[in-house]
Design a protein around this ligand. Structure first.
Ligand SMILES: [Zn+2]
Length: 302
């Protein structure tokens, strides 16, 4: 066995941890707590400022998502969950209570790294309930104009992503990576920060967005230079898109065994792919690891 995953049972955090930070869009200071949850309960957000309103992180509660991933219930919402959810999903934290005293998850440094570190501080605890994996058996695709995203059968979770911006510092970037192990996510994607264009910042602010945005939590591209002191990867931009995709797919609630191929996608297309998978039950099945192990002969890597 090459990839012997030690954990095929549902996990939660071993203890409670918390942090505080600014919301990217609201600009508010928000406190967040991660709290152990019962096996099978899934990831549930709790708005403590709204009397403990609970919103499950699943497709039934997914809201419109153009600038961030949003879940909603009873006219209330939690926004910007994707960087936390990418870490939670990649570390195979199946059940978790996330308490927030505001409308969005703190943006921190604009990447998933602080969330991975917080989860590592909490530690993970296995239950005796087996985890199911979502096995893609047939391709599923969605497209919009020249943007496209598809998923194909694959023995692990793997992503190929291409972005193509009309900008001298960005242009075309493409990367394929295996993201099956928590460590893959940690090394390859988790440090990649969100990015924006200086020319768009004013328009976002006029629409009441990005009020908490700064060079501390986003890479900002000017016309011909990057305003931040440096990048964390040469291709940090495409890596961040893969991170966002992983957070958006987490709303499917099960680790996916499939190869996603995306061209110029974004939150909206990611969400539409997740929904189309959900609505195409002839294209996948859910099964625990044991049943699958026989055919999982080898490890592929980028
Ligand atoms: Zn993002």
């Amino acid at each position: 066995m090459y990839y012997e995953l030690p954990m095929h049972y549902r996990q939660t955090v071993a203890g409670q941890v918390s942090l505080e930070g600014i919301g990217l869009h609201s600009g508010e200071k928000i406190a967040m707590k991660l709290i152990p949850a019962e096996p099978g309960s899934g990831v549930v957000f709790v708005r403590t400022d709204l009397g403990g309103l609970t919103i499950p992180a699943d497709l039934d509660h997914a809201g419109p998502s153009f600038y961030a991933t949003v879940i909603q219930k009873d006219g209330e919402s939690v926004s910007t969950i994707e960087h936390l959810m990418a870490a939670v999903y990649s570390l195979r934290v199946d059940d978790l209570r996330v308490e927030l005293d505001g409308v969005e998850v703190p943006i921190l440094d604009g990447s998933s790294r602080p969330f991975v570190e917080l989860l590592n501080t909490a530690g993970l605890k296995q239950s005796s309930v087996e985890r199911s994996y979502l096995h893609i058996t047939r391709p599923v695709s969605v497209s919009h104009e020249d943007k496209k995203i598809s998923v194909y059968p694959c023995r692990e979770y793997r992503v190929t992503y291409a972005i193509d911006f009309d900008h001298p510092l960005l242009g075309y970037q493409e990367l394929t990576a295996s993201l099956w192990h928590a460590d893959d996510f940690y090394r390859k994607l988790s440090p990649a920060r969100t990015f924006t264009f200086e020319k768009d910042v004013e328009a976002l602010r006029r629409n009441g967005l990005a009020k908490g945005g700064s060079l501390e939590n986003a890479v900002v591209l000017g016309e011909d230079r990057i305003l931040n002191p440096g990048l964390r990867f040469q291709d940090e931009f495409v890596r961040h898109k893969m991170l966002d995709l992983t957070g958006d797919l987490s709303l499917l609630r099960y680790p996916m065994r499939g190869h996603v191929i995306a061209y110029r996608a974004g939150h909206d297309l990611h969400a539409r792919l997740a929904r189309k998978i959900h609505e195409s039950p002839d294209s996948w099945y859910l099964a625990p690891w044991r049943e699958e192990e026989r055919s999982a002969a080898g490890r592929f890597d980028a």
